[in-house]
Design a protein around this ligand. Structure first.
Ligand code: 45D
Length: 172
């Protein structure tokens, strides 16, 4: 039996289009996110966390993963608020700092767990809070809206792509 592009297209046209649309929704959300200012990127992540918080269980993020990020999290906990903000801006902007390099060697899910834990530390008062009156840009609000409209699995994919790209990979 031979496979021609014809038989592929005739066989699974709707499945193909469906997947393509999902991939487009994820990729375009990620691309617009990356075009935001560093502060807007941090703000969108924060708002995404506050919206998703209930669906992410501590069990899902895995205590084992967090152990790998524990040193980094402790280091950040001990910083002043302005240093904490700078560290997060450096990760987001991919500035080459010791923190960004330590972050760079974590796995994708550990990076997600790291950001999740940072938000929890914000809630508990160990990490600099969001200014209550922070104004997201128009594009920032659009990205947040787009993320909210995705299902949970797609949201994870978007977040994983975003956090994987942060920090600095010294071996790259
Ligand atoms: O002054 O392992 C501004 C699963 C303005 C399972 C600011 C999972 C200026 C497997 C910059 C705004 C896949 C479920 C200040 C894991 C200014 C697994 C401050 C998933 C102060 C891990 C802004 C986990 C700040 C998931 C401080 C889905 C912003 C995790 C801080 C999701 C923002 C985690 C932070 C998310 C956002 C974390 C810390 C969405 C963190 C978001």
């Amino acid at each position: 039996m031979t496979f021609s592009t014809d038989s592929i297209e005739n066989g699974f046209p709707s499945a193909f289009n469906y997947d393509t649309q999902l991939i487009d929704a994820v990729n375009s959300t990620v691309n617009v996110f990356k075009s935001l200012s560093v502060d807007d990127q941090l703000a969108v992540l924060w708002f995404a966390y506050t919206e998703m918080g209930r669906s992410i269980t501590p069990a899902a993020t895995g205590a084992a993963r967090l152990q790998l990020a524990e040193g980094l999290l402790n280091q950040i906990k001990q910083m002043s608020h302005s240093e904490q903000l700078q560290a997060m801006r450096d990760l987001t902007a991919k500035n080459n700092t010791q923190i960004s390099r330590s972050y760079g060697i974590l796995s994708a899910n550990t990076k997600l767990a790291f950001w999740y834990e940072l938000s929890e530390l914000m809630v508990k008062g160990f990490v600099v809070p969001m200014p209550f009156n922070y104004q997201l840009s128009r594009d920032g609000s659009q990205v947040l809206k787009a993320v909210k409209e995705l299902d949970f699995g797609q949201q994870i994919t978007v977040l994983r792509k975003i956090v994987t790209d942060m920090g600095v990979d010294s071996l790259a």
